[in-house]
Design a protein around this ligand. Structure first.
Ligand SMILES: Nc1nc2c([nH]c(=O)n2[C@H]2C[C@H](O)[C@@H](COP(=O)(O)OP(=O)(O)OP(=O)(O)O)O2)c(=O)[nH]1
Ligand SMILES: [Mg+2]
Length: 149
């Protein structure tokens, strides 16, 4: 058939673009434990798929609003990671764009607006992150990267 799919079952095998938002408040970042199939029970920052035609900034604002209700500003590109998930329910390959942002209103509280996808949101120090981390984030941390430098 000449199919480029390697995952079988007709599933798309192309790499996808994910976007993770490191929301910074003081010395802490916002993280929650995932319930979604890829990376279930690992801790990740809010984020999701980049939609067709969307800017990184708009994607970051949209995903953080949908998942936490928070409004963010000062969105800056941080770095990208390249992760192949072979041990998940379905093989997947993600290029993840990481951006940093701050709260538009530091008094605003995070709400768990998609409880089917996340156990809840909390603030963690970068040197005291919860474990295990979602793999793209683990790659970021292990590279020595810090959103506070
Ligand atoms: N949320 C989040 N997604 C990430 C991170 N790193 C990373 O590679 N991704 C990738 C893999 C995820 O499967 C993908 C989509 O994010 P998601 O799993 O939260 O999906 P979602 O339902 O919020 O997205 P969407 O389909 O509603 O746009 O983005 C991260 O730190 N946080
Ligand atoms: Mg998400």
């Amino acid at each position: 058939m000449g199919s480029r799919s390697r995952s079988g079952g007709g599933a798309a095998a192309e790499p996808k673009v994910g976007l993770g938002v490191v929301v910074v408040k003081g010395e802490t970042v916002l993280m929650g434990r995932r319930r979604s199939s890829i990376g279930a029970s690992t801790f990740a920052v809010p984020g999701g798929h980049l939609e067709f035609g969307e800017s990184f900034e708009d994607c970051a604002k949209r995903e953080v609003k949908e998942e936490t209700g928070l409004d963010i500003e000062k969105i800056e590109f941080l770095t990208a990671t390249n992760t192949v998930f072979l041990d998940e329910p379905r093989p997947a390959h993600y290029v993840t764009i990481f951006v940093r942002a701050v709260l538009a209103n530091p008094q605003q509280e995070a709400q768990n607006l998609e409880p089917e996808k996340c156990d809840g949101w909390s603030w963690y120090g970068w040197n005291d992150l919860p474990k295990p981390l979602f793999r793209p984030l683990e790659t970021l941390v292990e590279s020595g990267f810090s959103p506070f430098k």
